[in-house]
Design a protein around this ligand. Sequence first.
Ligand code: ACO
Length: 323
Amino acid sequence: VIRSLVAGCGAYLPQKVVTNADLATKMATSDEWIRQRTGIRQRHVAAQGELTSHLAINAAEAALADAGMTPDELDLIVLATTTPDETFPATATRVQAAIGMHHGMAFDVQAVCSGFVYALAVADNFIKVGQAKSALVIGAETFTRILDWNDRGTSVLFGDGAGAVALKAVESKGDKSDRGVLSTHLFSDGRYHDMLYVDGGPSSTGKAGFVRMEGREVFRHAVTKLAQAVDAAIAQNGVSESEIDWLVPHQANLRIIDSMGQRLKLPPEKVVVTIDRHANTSAASIPLALAEAKADGRIKPGQLVLLEAMGGGFTWGSALLRW
Ligand code: ACO
């Protein structure tokens, strides 16, 4: 069988850092409240004029360099974002032009915070059926642009950034010892729209709108839906929790991350956490965490890596990879 092997990772964070204490000078909040409820200490915020595509291009170039690949070898770019530069064309096509790739295909995927897992599943399926031999999967967001800074319940939670993963097709035996993406499981249920959405868009208000969230309800659903997604990955691949080397979760809330780690009986050292420094970067959080844990030598070839995410829609999902 053909598998999608992770050949390289890249990350990019805007230079400007905004701490909880900085936010507390602008609204009725405190470092203590934010840290205790979420685990967030700071977030990166894109400068004026710095667009989602700029972050994505930097992450994409870093991933290609890490993989030792050139744009000529790339067949596909799938970019997950909720904050595209423009309503159209896809931000992926901006990246395609900027990195000098003049062939193949590039498009965006929208699944909010589950976007990277969705984009990875799409790229993996293109590779498995033979329609692409390589792909760049990017999660990139300027999420702070859709925050209502008068709503302290949402505006303290998010940050900007981008991460990318370069995939290559490899022939494999077809069992769980294979390297590459072993499985992806995607779910959505549109009945939960009102718990997490943006109150605008080209067809409704003609404006981009702001994030609206019932935080407590999202939290409650996240725990059960993420459990469903990771259970599906474990069951399909016949692996036990103790075989998982790394949990790389979407970074929305440290308490959600901890509860998933405990459910999988993983010690905290096996869970990759960036939320303290990045906050919730939506579709970018998983590839940012992957890039960090690969670069610092934590994730090593042959190890089993479990990804999970949940976001607006609701959408949720998981991916199991052997690195
Ligand atoms: N600073 C200080 N106080 C605050 C703040 C703040 N930034 N925000 C809210 N509060 C207050 C509220 O007004 C409320 O006060 P009250 O009791 O006087 O009414 C109190 O704190 C408690 O508010 P809750 O919203 O009930 O607090 P909760 O413990 O649920 O924590 C949080 C809120 C952190 C948002 C939590 O619910 C959460 O993390 N939920 C999950 C959110 C999530 O994962 N979202 C991302 C999904 S991914 C995507 O697709 C975007």
